[in-house]
Design a protein around this ligand. Structure first.
Ligand code: AHN
Ligand code: ZN
Length: 334
């Protein structure tokens, strides 16, 4: 509705200006072509995104080196191809906190691949092999389903990819699903903390870009974007690397009526994939990540527990994030 109001105001302004110049024909021209200033943002289908969460959960936990992980990788590759993307599956080997060699797959879906004017969207698709924050100590070594922590961000980006096929944006878009984000040193064992044990897929990609000289204008990372009534505070690494992008995204969220999800306040300083993308590639990248200032982990109560299942995801939160990011994308180049 907002959009139409803005356009009618613009249009009325143009009309007054033109008629005051006494050129009626020009005014009529403006009447004929209001679409030249219309930015048509396709709708984001939250039911579709919710289905993409369910599809991922159906594989079981997606832990690197497991059969479920391999099956989900194939699903993501095929889905993105079916949405018209040119897909690169970047394979690599990285070392986990305990020295295990992980065979990882970063899945890179390129829309409008020959467009030199690009932006990039990220989410991690792997899930954590531990439930280190589970109340029951006997279940902490079991992998989690990762409905919100993993699947929700991927699902929002899948739905954006589906919409990109139905209505291309002016800028080329790359959607990258990072692997092995969630392999960080577990909290339930007595091990030294090392931030670099997280985000292994994004570290690998940042050092081995899928195209030499890859240089999109900016990146947006989605992480845990599905919890009911989630709050996405302005994450502080994002503010330091790309303050203008934080402002752009938060302003659009407010304009669309999602202000309660996107408080105009600073959140925590969160080691996530965007930190390595910023540090290693220099692509200015922000993180839209849930921050719950009332919980002792800073994340939702489901975080790294077995409660991170379908019940932890509310399609309306994915809608708030999906619609906001889509509006950002489709306004570019106008
Ligand atoms: C830290 O715990 C420092 N970062 C968490 C990043 C993360 C884990 N996102 C999802 N799972
Ligand atoms: Zn996690």
């Amino acid at each position: 509705m907002n959009k139409y109001l803005a356009f009618s105001l613009l249009f009325a302004g143009a009309f007054i200006f033109l008629t005051s110049c006494g050129d009626k024909k020009q005014a009529e021209k403006a009447v004929e072509k209001p679409q030249t200033i219309t930015v048509n943002v396709p709708s984001f289908n939250a039911d579709s995104a919710y289905q993409f969460v369910k599809d991922q959960l159906a594989f079981g936990p997606r832990v690197p080196n497991s059969a479920e992980h391999a099956k989900c990788a194939a699903y993501l590759e095929n889905k993105m191809k079916s949405f018209g993307a040119e897909v690169i599956v970047q394979q690599g080997k990285v070392k986990a906190f305990d020295g295990t060699v992980l065979n990882i797959k970063n899945i890179i879906a390129q829309f409008d691949v020959n467009n030199p004017n690009r932006i990039v969207l990220f989410a991690h698709w792997d899930t954590r092999p531990f439930a280190d924050h589970c109340e029951d100590p006997s279940r902490r070594d079991e992998p989690i389903n990762g409905a919100n922590d993993g699947a929700s961000g991927v699902a929002v980006l899948m739905e954006i990819g589906r919409q990109l096929q139905l209505q291309p944006s002016k800028l080329g878009v790359d959607i990258i699903f990072f692997d092995a984000e969630d392999m960080g040193t577990p909290d339930h064992r007595n091990l030294p903390y090392d931030a670099d044990t997280w985000c292994l897929g994004s570290q690998y990609w940042s050092k081995n870009l899928h195209k030499p000289g890859y240089n999109p204008h900016y990146g947006i990372l989605l992480d845990m974007v599905g919890a009911k009534e989630a709050t996405f505070f302005k994450e502080r690494y994002s503010i330091s690397y790309a303050p203008w992008l934080v402002e752009k995204v938060w302003n659009i969220a407010h304009e669309l009526g999602f202000g309660l999800y996107f408080p105009m306040e600073q959140g925590g300083l969160i080691t996530d994939d965007h930190v390595y993308v910023n540090r290693i590639t220099g692509i200015p990248t922000i993180d839209i990540i849930q921050h719950d200032p009332t919980s002792n982990t800073g994340f939702g109560s489901y975080w790294h527990t077995h409660n991170d299942n379908l019940d932890a995801v509310d399609p309306y939160t994915m809608l708030a994030v999906g619609k906001t990011v889509m509006t950002v994308i489709y306004r570019e180049g106008n």
